[in-house]
Design a protein around this ligand. Sequence first.
Ligand code: ADP
Ligand code: MG
Length: 350
Amino acid sequence: MLQRLFHYFSADLAVDLGTANTRIGVVGEGLVLDEPSVVAVAEGNGRVLSGGCAVGHMAKQMQGRTPESISVVRPLADGVVADFQLCEAMLRYFLHKAQPSGFRRKPRVLVAVPARITPVEKRAVFNSTQRAGARQVWLTTEAKAAAIGVGLPIAEPVASMVCDIGGGTTETAVLSLADTVSARSIRTGGDAMDQAIADYLRRHYSLRIGLPAAERLRIDLGSAYPLEEEQVEEISGVDMISGLPRKATVTSEEVRQALEDPLQRIVESIKSTLDGCSPDLAADLVDTGLVLCGGGSLLRRIDRFLGEQTGLPVRVASEPRAAVAQGMLICLEQFERWRPSLQSSDEDVY
Ligand code: ADP
Ligand code: MG
């Protein structure tokens, strides 16, 4: 009897399928997985490399350092599924890794998706997740999950605002009474910032660097607002004229200058989200402010910068990278309360 009960007992998982990173939470256990959303594939047959070393952390380490026969790809682009087969393979690996041992039955899975995805893209997420081993799938929007995760009172008749700066996109939303009032999504996030840094070095130093190197520079030196003590770092790249490797010294002011464009696009997107609110809700935000989350919000002094640009009080969530997964875990824990706002795979999404 006990064994039978055990057999039918299955886990509920929260999956934050980000363009840059996938995070999985298990009800009762918290966050159990946090890995890059990348897969290494063998050219020619398009199959994922075998040996379990081809997804997530291991695949990311190979990035930029593979022979021609192997490529490292992201199955998600702009927050939606770009390659169905690879997305499914990646999810299967992550779901298997995240499931507590002893859980025999397929898990029920809640997945967060960007607010603007089309019905066809929704169907792709449902199908990939189901084929990757889920028994039932629900969808919620990333912004709503993030707002719940950072502790905003989104069910109340007052405006709550979040801005999630991820790898591929930045999603901004204002919520009230558990629903989205105004939302914007732009294809600017950490990746666009890295590209801007690489472009800057090419223009100003005739130096070519890879995007992973640009990301390291952004994390080490990057800031959105002047620092109390500016920093310098030496960076290695390839000279564009001689084609030979060489080093250059870059300052934090230069990195900030390189980031001006992508940061301005984020400011515009926040302002446009505010434009989509009624005056009463916009007025609430003067007090309640804007909460930042997503890995991109770890850029130094971005709260200060966005605060000055928008006139709102701005703070960064205490665990910005985990906010979406944490919010989804809360939805699963208080399932009956949040169920009306989740979309189930049993419903027709067309
Ligand atoms: P997504 O939800 O799109 O998968 P994440 O929320 O995981 O994205 O954020 C990924 C982005 O966060 C990457 O561009 C990464 O460079 C950036 N990031 C992570 N840590 C830091 C940090 N300490 N400082 C600045 N950016 C960071
Ligand atoms: Mg995200």
